[in-house]
Design a protein around this ligand. Structure first.
Ligand code: AQP
Length: 333
């Protein structure tokens, strides 16, 4: 069956290996299957839920588009656009925020993590972020949404919102409940400095992540400095599961080499971390350096990136304007 794919990445800078292995790599595979219709969005409205420097945001939007293309998404096959330029997203988000329930949003763990202790000072946008995400997806009748494991709860909320809208307005199957496409293994890449924390753009230490713009020497240095434990590498999965840093590095290696955790554990069983790290650096350099070089090249071609976005916006607008028109009719506007 033809899949309609929608996913987004926030232009918040420092796109990293977690974004790549958890989401973008999957986007590329979906883009390569001619059966699929894919929409990949630079979700700049989501980015401003926390303060952004306007100049930096503009650059980050370019960098995100460049990363999509450099990773292998073909703008001729997939729609690539920025969310703020297609007004249906903001409009649908408002309408759906009148359908979503406070109780549902109160359960979202990402808000709790991002707002931290001082929830009173978090923006309302940060709180209602999952409703905007639901609008993004539902506007395109997406059947499948490739995301990292951290977005699973937001996707469940999206399904709840879709069902409630259909029930409240008695419009069976108007909104399609999308299925998450989450990699079974390696769906959450952890920090290189702490195997219990997600690799993240906002982490202060650059040594905690491999950026998709890193060069060979930076990658080798970061892997050399990556936290490990004093034991040799584990010889079985049970032992691996008790050692978060080893599990993360073995997971990264397995994902990049399209192997399983079991096979990687077997390959490096009882070896020193220094041997393993050399192998890991090598596969990382092979994968990331060509992407990094291409991103830099594309960032010198802003006119081309503008054209990709303008073309993508036009296509996204064509689809979403029809959907929002129907939403207006259903709601009674
Ligand atoms: N560490 C990760 N492992 C696997 N997948 C990940 N993703 C993010 N981090 C990891 C997935 O990447 C996609 C795009 O993410 P995003 O841009 O929406 O948000 P983010 O990377 O989580 O970054 P933030 O929120 O800007 O910054 P932080 O994390 O620093 O607070 C998503 O599909 C996500 O699942």
């Amino acid at each position: 069956m033809k899949k309609k794919i929608f996913s987004g990445v926030q232009p918040t800078g420092n796109l990293h290996l977690g974004n790549y292995l958890g989401a973008i790599k999957n986007f590329v595979e979906l883009n390569n299957d001619s059966e699929n219709e894919c929409v990949f969005c630079v979700v700049d409205l989501h980015a401003i839920t926390v303060a952004q420097d306007p100049k930096q945001l503009k650059n980050n939007i370019y960098e995100t588009v460049a990363t999509f293309i450099a990773s292998g998404i073909d703008p001729q096959k997939s729609i690539i656009f920025n969310q703020s330029k297609v007004s249906a997203h903001s409009e649908a988000a408002w309408i759906l925020s009148c359908v979503a329930r406070m109780g549902w949003l109160n359960r979202m763990t990402q808000f709790k993590e991002k707002a931290g202790k001082d929830k009173e000072k978090a923006s309302i946008g940060l709180y209602s972020y999952p409703v905007l995400m639901a609008a993004d997806i539902l506007l395109y009748d997406a059947t499948h949404v490739p995301v990292g494991d951290d977005q699973k709860q937001h996707l469940e909320l999206c399904r709840d919102i879709a069902q409630k809208f259909n029930n409240d307005f008695k419009v069976d199957n108007f909104f399609i409940s999308p299925e998450p496409l989450i990699q079974k293994e390696f769906s959450r890449i952890m920090s290189l400095k702490d195997g219990t924390k997600k690799m993240s753009k906002s982490e202060l230490s650059d040594l905690s992540r491999i950026n998709l713009t890193d060069e060979k020497d930076q990658i080798i240095n970061k892997i050399k400095k990556a936290k490990t434990d004093p034991l040799p590498l584990p010889s079985n999965i049970d032992e691996l599961n008790k050692r978060p840093e080893a599990k993360n590095l073995i997971g990264i290696y397995s994902s990049l080499t399209e192997s399983t955790l079991e096979k990687t554990v077997e390959k490096f069983s009882e070896k020193n971390f220094s041997d393993f790290k050399e192998n890991l650096s090598q596969v990382l350099v092979e994968k990331i350096v060509p992407i990094s070089s291409e991103i830099k090249k594309l960032l010198g071609e802003k006119k081309y990136l503008d054209e990709v976005l303008a073309d993508g916006c036009k296509k996204a607008e064509t689809f979403s304007s029809k959907k929002i028109k129907k939403i207006h009719e259903i709601v009674g506007f």
